[in-house]
Design a protein around this ligand. Structure first.
Ligand code: SF4
Length: 163
């Protein structure tokens, strides 16, 4: 059997508190470095790794290192984030590492609903997203997708874009 896609969960921890999230009821821990390496070694034919699961992947202190090590093997990397930690310095490093796709899970375009659902600040996520798109534009990478995900159609209309 040939495995082309791996989904690896960097952490079950999260800085948000969504009531529907399985991760909030799981042991809170980060993936060990050696397990990540072992997973890549076990499937040398893998072409794409999704770094996501039931936690916020950017909370893992070695997230960038995981991205870089996968990219050094020629593996495409994508991930889903809640966007709250996608600050400009990190965004620049992710562009440098040539991440294929970043999906930002929003849930609501209304700040109060967002806070009720996620326990976090929509304004901070929106600001990170604006700065991310500016950096993408500065680098002339507007043909790359940044995906905003939401279970709300209204939020999807407001936040989805390809500039
Ligand atoms: S932002 Fe994602 S990982 Fe964090 S609590 Fe909500 S659903 Fe779970």
């Amino acid at each position: 059997m040939s495995v082309a896609l791996l989904q690896i969960e960097p952490t079950t921890r999260c800085n948000f508190t969504c009531g529907f999230c399985c991760g909030r009821h799981m042991p809170q821990q980060d993936l060990a470095d050696e397990i990540f390496t072992a997973a890549l070694d076990a499937f040398p034919e893998v072409r794409h790794v999704e770094l996501q699961g039931e936690g916020e992947p950017l909370l893992h202190p070695g997230f960038l290192s995981m991205v870089r090590r996968a990219r050094q093997r020629g593996i495409e990397v994508s991930f889903i984030t809640n966007g709250s930690l996608l600050v400009p310095d990190l965004a620049a490093s992710l562009f440098d590492a040539a991440v294929s796709k970043i999906s930002i899970s929003i849930e609501s375009a209304d700040p109060q609903s967002f806070r009720a659902i996620r326990g976090g600040m929509l304004e901070k996520v929106s600001r990170n997203l604006e700065l991310f798109l500016e950096e993408r534009s500065r680098r002339g990478l507007n043909d790359r997708w940044l995906v905003c995900r939401s279970r709300s159609c209204a939020a999807r209309r407001i936040t989805s874009r390809r500039s």
